[in-house]
Design a protein around this ligand. Structure first.
Ligand code: CA
Length: 221
C-alpha cells in the first residue's frame, strides 16, 4: 500500500519509514504542510500519517485542504498533543484515527493495518491485476471486457478480490460466501471457482484465480 508520511522530525520520520517499508508498504515522506498537501492532491495514496506541528503550519489545515477532494483517504493523526478538544476537532475535520507520541511502532503498524482494512471494505471499486469489480454497480471487467456474474459468483470474486495475493482456504471462503461451516464432503468452492474461471480466463493466459495446492485459492495482484 502507498502511504504518505507527514512528519518534520527527521529521526521519527526515518524510524517510521523503515518500519513501514519492512511491513511491505511504499512510503513517501513530506516534512512540511505545503509539500504534504501537494503530494496528497497530485498522487494516489491509500493512507496518510499526519503530524500536527509542522514548520509551515498545522496538520488541521491538511485536513481542511485535502478532505474535499479526497473524502475516502484514511488519515491517522500522530501527535504529541494530548488535548481532548483538539482530538475532537480533528476527528470532526475528517481524521480517522489519533495516536499519541511517543508510540511503539507495533501499535502504529497495527493501526495502519486496521485503517487500511476499513478503507478497503468501504471502497467501491476493487482491483486485482486486470480485474475490476465495482461493488455498487456490480459490474465486473477483465481488461476492458465486462463479464456478467450471477450473485454467488459475484460474491465469491468480491471476497477473493478483497484479499488480493492472499491465500484463502476453502473453509474461509465457504464461511464468507456461503455462510456455513466447512463441510469436508462439499466441493462447492471448487465448482464455483470453475464457473468464474470459465468466464474470466483468457485463452493462452494464466487464470487470475490461482489454485494453491492443498491450501486454497488466491486472486493475483
Ligand atoms: Ca512536528
Amino acid at each position: 500500500m502507498r502511504i504518505l508520511l507527514v512528519e518534520d522530525e527527521a529521526r521519527i520520520a526515518s524510524f517510521v519509514v523503515k518500519g513501514l517499508c519492512a511491513d511491505g508498504h511504499v512510503v513517501e515522506h513530506a516534512s512540511t504542510l505545503d509539500e504534504a498537501v501537494n503530494l496528497a492532491v497530485s498522487r494516489e495514496f491509500d493512507l496518510v500519517l499526519l503530524d500536527l506541528l509542522l514548520p509551515d503550519g498545522h496538520g488541521r489545515d491538511f485536513l481542511v485542504r485535502v478532505r474535499p477532494s479526497q473524502p475516502d483517504l484514511p488519515v491517522i493523526v500522530v501527535s504529541a498533543v494530548e488535548d481532548v478538544e483538539e482530538k475532537v476537532e480533528l476527528l470532526d475535520l475528517g481524521a480517522n484515527d489519533y495516536m499519541t507520541k511517543p508510540f511503539a511502532f507495533t501499535e502504529l503498524s497495527a493501526r495502519v493495518r486496521a485503517n487500511l482494512r476499513q478503507g478497503q471494505s468501504s471502497s467501491r471499486v476493487l482491483r486485482a491485476g486486470d480485474l475490476e469489480l465495482d461493488t455498487a454497480t456490480r459490474v465486473v471487467t477483465r481488461g476492458n471486457i465486462s463479464v456478467d456474474l450471477p450473485s454467488r459468483e459475484f460474491a465469491l470474486l468480491e471476497y477473493l478480490m478483497r484479499h488480493p495475493g492472499q491465500v484463502l482456504t476453502r473453509s474461509q471462503i465457504l464461511d464468507a460466501v456461503w455462510g456455513f461451516d466447512f463441510d469436508p464432503g462439499s466441493n462447492v468452492v471448487d465448482v464455483y471457482v470453475g464457473y468464474l474461471r470459465r468466464k474470466l480466463d483468457v485463452p493462452g493466459e494464466s487464470s487470475p484465480i490461482e489454485t494453491m495446492r492443498g491450501a486454497g485459492y488466491r486472486v493475483r495482484h
